[in-house]
Design a binder for this molecule. Structure first.
Ligand SMILES: Nc1nc2c(ncn2[C@@H]2O[C@H](COP(=O)(O)OP(=O)(O)OP(=O)(O)O)[C@@H](O)[C@H]2O)c(=O)[nH]1
Ligand SMILES: [Mg+2]
Length: 311
């Protein structure tokens, strides 16, 4: 059992229905009625994977491994090929365990910086995370370091109320790093367990983004030298290939420790999760499957693959 009790297979499965239709149903069609899976069928599967947002390179690897595996196998039946593709896809999502979460949270305060482009789902994710940490018994404070938009404070405040956690905010236009500083300072003084810092999604250019994130890090580092403990990049799963570009851009300006992929409810582009993991080699930590406070799930590779493939 993980830190949060937030897994809901049925919800994930229904959210990924369109991804499943695109991916699994077409694979099933390609192999149905074939007693033996030949190279031509593998080529067809390859094409299906590529057009399902899994990407060219990732697919190449999967198909190559599948070819090698199937050569050794006596059973080249359809069930076996789907199992092989599933295993390969699961493998892409697996990362070495980065350690015990409960142990990590003994670092007090545990500071999480949340970044991502406009509308990706940062604020919503912070609300959901605050709720999850609170439910797990942690004392949470959130910092509204998106001072760009007038409504940003208000939005985070609503989430803080829903989750029942403390919030630090300043006027619109205030220096984001000063909000981050005050939040971390209050967390230290008030003995809080978890700090979640929201940031602005709108940034004119890369230099600007780098400056702002760099400054936030420097400033909170004055209060807690190792801060932040995590930097989560929030990506909108619905944007497919574009999410990949964003992951690239953010990785260039800051160390991302984990990804959150949102809006996996109702998207046909769920396959992009595999491509992002394969290319970035950054673990997906959480996924968003709806707009509600309970609609954040800890990412579980096996469950994710199963939600797409299993009946
Ligand atoms: N369906 C669905 N909607 C989501 C999910 N996560 C966020 N949203 C919606 O996406 C929209 C944008 O979310 P925000 O949390 O405001 O995004 P943001 O990254 O903070 O945006 P900025 O503050 O403008 O940079 C809102 O309407 C959310 O309700 C999700 O997992 N599923
Ligand atoms: Mg926001």
């Amino acid at each position: 059992m993980g830190l949060f009790n937030n897994l809901n297979f049925d919800k994930l499965k229904s959210g990924l229905q369109k991804t499943r239709n695109k991916l699994v149903n077409t694979i099933t069609e390609a192999i149905s009625g074939k007693a033996v899976i030949d190279d031509k069928t593998l080529d067809e599967i390859e094409e299906i994977l590529i057009t399902s947002d899994i990407g060219f390179e990732t697919t190449e690897k999967i198909i190559e491994n599948a070819r090698v595996k199937l050569k050794k196998e006596k059973d080249r039946s359809d069930i076996n090929i789907i199992q092989t593709v599933k295993d390969e896809l699961t493998e892409v999502l697996m990362f070495e365990n980065s350690g015990d979460e409960v142990e990590a949270l003994k670092t007090k305060p545990y500071i999480i910086l949340v970044v991502g482009i406009k509308g990706a789902g940062k604020t919503t994710t912070i609300g959901k995370l605050a709720h999850n940490y609170k439910k797990a018994g942690y004392n949470v404070i959130v910092g509204a370091a998106d001072t760009f938009r007038a409504a940003a404070n208000e939005q985070l405040e609503i989430w803080a109320k829903r989750a029942g956690v403390e919030i630090i905010q300043k006027n619109q236009g205030a220096d984001p790093s000063s909000v981050a500083f005050d939040t971390v300072e209050k967390a230290v003084k008030g003995n809080y367990d978890v700090v979640l810092i929201d940031t602005a999604g709108r940034l004119h250019n890369k230099a600007n983004l780098m400056d702002e994130l760099g400054k936030i890090k420097r400033v909170i580092g004055k209060v807690v030298p190792d801060a932040p403990n995590e930097t989560l990049l929030v990506l909108d799963g619905n944007t497919g290939q574009n999410a990949l570009v964003q992951a690239d851009e953010f990785s260039k300006v800051t160390d991302i420790s984990g990804l959150v992929i949102t809006k996996l409810d109702g998207t046909a582009k769920g396959g992009v999760v595999f491509q992002i993991c394969a290319k970035q080699r950054i673990p997906v930590k959480f996924i968003g499957v709806g707009e509600g406070i309970d609609d954040l799930q800890t990412f579980d590779p096996k469950m994710f693959v199963s939600a797409i493939f299993d009946n």
